[in-house]
Design a protein around this ligand. Structure first.
Ligand code: FAD
Length: 385
């Protein structure tokens, strides 16, 4: 039997493998990863300083355990360089690996701004367990971190690093935090919460360059201001990894284009997780990839199944001012209705007809399960049945 081959052992690859093994214990299963194949939950990377966890402590399973659990051949530390769709093989660093069906679960890359200056090596990003291990090593004994980006990951790290005893400054070109997720009043609440931990914000300016200065760095902003820090954490966004698919001639837009069966433009190649654009949607979150893993496992086990996405509100891990948000696609007709007291905000986005299309909760309402459930029930599904 030709093997099922999954490229990537992040949450997408491993969840798919687990779901598939529930339905089919026999088919040869191969997973290939450029990293060390340890099973970990990526969202925990931005809570590690609060919880004082090393990278080893965040890893849930060693690769040996995953091999046994999944009855799978897991190749670690190797990169798939090319896909031969005619021969149905993968070129993997000097080896050719055949596949029957192939799944790309290759994740997303950190977007790197083009920065001037002479200290690019002092600009870090944390997008996997190995990045996290490296970052923990370099921050040891340091005090002052400059974060580029006040989006979800930037705000989570601002909270986490503050909890870990660091002093943090955040540079965000848009005039507020979480600008693509929250209405203004809710952004204000999160910024106030983080400011209460000592986080300083530089809104409205981008980072032009990072320079060595003494033992640390000097971060130059577009208005000429300079911020002194020990090192820089860049958190300005992620882009689906599409080059492998693109070079194999698969259809790629913002992500690897797949239909509701998670099938690419090649009938034997599928994609899910951060790398995939599912029916036009690129959602870099865990719940969508879990739904995709369940549907794809059924399809691969012989029961073609379309993925459905219910409404899936996102939790932002800023415990100083908790956030739950169901974002609204920019340009959607409608308006926010906001009730606010201090950092407690309940904002509901309604269509001109009065339908709930999104919401943002911060502070106490974000911790109120009943409020969240009531609003979620009213939201339309993201990909309906
Ligand atoms: C700090 C942080 C906090 C987050 N918090 C949340 C949260 O609270 N809630 C939420 O829903 N989401 C959160 N997310 C997003 C969520 O973690 C991701 O959506 C999810 O983990 C993506 O999983 P993935 O398997 O698609 O990608 P990845 O975990 O990136 O896995 C990609 C895999 O592909 C492999 N790979 C790539 N290219 C190749 C190649 N050519 N050859 C071989 N192997 C290759 C890599 O080695 C890796 O194993 C967070 C993300 C970050 C960075």
């Amino acid at each position: 039997m030709n093997p099922l081959v999954i490229v990537g052992t992040g949450l997408a690859g491993y969840n798919l493998a687990k779901e598939f093994r529930k339905l089919n214990a026999e088919r040869p299963l191969v997973l290939i990863t450029a990293d060390d194949g340890r099973n970990y939950s990526k969202p925990m990377l931005s809570t590690g300083f609060t919880k004082s966890k090393t990278a080893d402590e965040l890893a849930m399973n060693a690769v040996e355990q995953m091999r046994e659990q999944l009855k799978a051949d897991i190749r670690t530390g190797v990169r798939v360089n090319a896909i031969d769709r005619v021969a149905k093989t993968l070129q993997v660093e000097g080896e050719i690996i055949p596949y029957g069906d192939l799944v790309l679960a290759v994740g997303a890359d950190v977007f790197r701004p083009a920065l001037g200056g002479d200290a690019a090596e002092r600009v870090y990003s944390v997008n996997d367990l190995q990045d996290y291990a490296r970052f923990r090593e370099v921050v040891a004994g340091k005090k002052h971190i400059v974060i580029i980006g006040g989006g979800l990951i930037g705000c989570e790290f601002a909270n986490d690093l503050s909890n870990g005893g660091f002093s943090v400054e955040v540079v965000e070109p848009v005039g507020r935090v979480l600008p693509s997720l929250l209405p203004e009043r809710a952004s204000e609440a999160v910024a106030n919460g983080l400011a209460s931990l000592g986080v300083k914000f530089h809104f409205g300016h981008s980072v032009k360059g990072v320079w060595h200065e003494g033992d640390g760095v000097s971060v130059e902003l577009s208005n000429g201001e300079r911020i002194r820090g020990d090192l820089v954490l860049s958190a300005i966004g992620l882009r689906p990894r599409t080059s492998l698919a693109l070079e194999a001639g698969l259809k790629v837009e913002r992500g690897i284009v797949v239909d509701r069966f998670l099938r690419t433009s090649d009938a034997n190649i599928y994609a899910l997780g951060d790398s995939a654009e599912v029916d036009g949607k690129v959602l870099l979150y865990v719940l969508p990839l879990m739904a995709a893993a369940r549907a794809l496992a059924k399809t691969l086990a012989g029961e073609p199944t379309q993925v459905q996405y219910p409404a899936m509100p996102v939790q932002v891990k800023t415990p100083v001012c908790p956030v739950v948000v169901s974002p609204v696609v920019p340009g959607t007709p409608g308006a926010w209705e906001v009730e606010a007291e201090g950092n407690d905000v309940k904002a509901v986005f309604r269509s001109p007809e009065g339908l709930v299309l999104g919401f943002a909760l911060t502070g106490a309402p974000a911790g109120n399960g009943a409020v969240k459930m009531e609003l979620t029930k009213q939201l339309p599904p993201i990909l309906p049945a």
